[in-house]
Every structure is written in structure tokens, then in C-alpha cells.
Design a protein around this ligand. Sequence first.
Ligand code: GLN
Length: 197
Amino acid sequence: MSTTPTIGVLALQGDVREHLTALADAGARALPVRRPEELAGVDGLVIPGGESTTMSKLAVAFGMLEPLRAFVRAGRPVYGTCAGMIMVADKLLDAREDQETLGGIDMIVRRNAFGRQNESFEAAVEVAGIDGGPVEGVFIRAPWVESVGASVDVLATYGGHTVAVRQDNVLATSFHPELTGDHRIHAFFVDMVRAGA
Ligand code: GLN
């Protein structure tokens, strides 16, 4: 299939530009999204890494929290990396009581899970559905998935912890594939968006 889907990158905070480049490289038309009108014009959305507490506060301040929740509920494809994984979790550990998420994946995500000594590292990660060998996972104060519900597919683990998952049209990774120049995971997401469009 050679259709060019339009995919937004949530541009409230985080590493937006790298995702725009990766998505364009993977065959999508990629645009930053900050406002409800912009969200309405995209077929799928990437939520970047950054700081999930700040991102959720800005989503409230920009009037984006409910439109984003509605986007997920409507079954539009969403891919969250790192802080973005936190945003699509139904429940959090090690977060402030009042930290809002969009939900979308029936999972409990632990923020900053890999601990201080291991704050940032790279590791080869085998991801189900991604052909051609492991991807280089860049983990930066990364979360992991503590537990998942029955309808969640675990796509990758590292050190015994779940680091990539999918439930229906929502995909999430603990690590940052946009920082490596290897855009296979973005291509996988672009295909999810094509299938859902
Ligand atoms: N630790 C950050 C958070 O809790 C996530 C870090 C990242 O996105 N690289 O939001």
C-alpha cells in the first residue's frame, strides 16, 4: 500500500522534531499538533518522550486533555514513547496522585523505573513484529510496564521487564526509536495508521 497517512506529533513538550523526521522517513506526512483543530486533521498521533508531568499539565492548559482522550477512545492510532508511554497508561506507579493520563492501554506503568545508576543506557531489544534483528533501544529515565491486562500484547522485554506493548490501535515503547536513525518502529506505526485510516 502506498497511501501517505497524515500523522501528528503532540508538540506540547518533548522531542518532537526527531519524531517528525522519523515519520517522514517512514512514509507519512508528519505535522506538529498543539490544538484540538490540529488533532482533528490527523489520522494518527505520536506522543513523544519528555516529562510526562509537564506534558499532562500542558495538555490541561491547552484544552487538549479531553480531545486527546476522545481521540484514543475513538480508536485512532496512537504511539507513545517513554513519557508518551506514561501518557497512554491506564494506571501509574511512582507518579503524583494528580498526574493525568489519557489511558488507552490496560497496563500499570512505573515511572523512572530503571533506577538512578541506570538512568540512561542503550540496549539491543528484540521487538515482536519488527523484522531484521533487534532495535537499538535508547532508554532515558525510562518507565517500564509493571503489569498488563489480558487484551494487551507484550512486544518486547528487557532485563525481565516489559518495554513495548500494544493494545488494539495503541502502541507504546519505554525507549526512544526516534533517536537512532533506525525507523522500523515508526514504519510499523505508519502501517498501523494506514490500516486504521
Ligand atoms: N521520566 C520521564 C517521565 O516520567 C520520562 C523520560 C523520557 O521521556 N525520556 O515523564
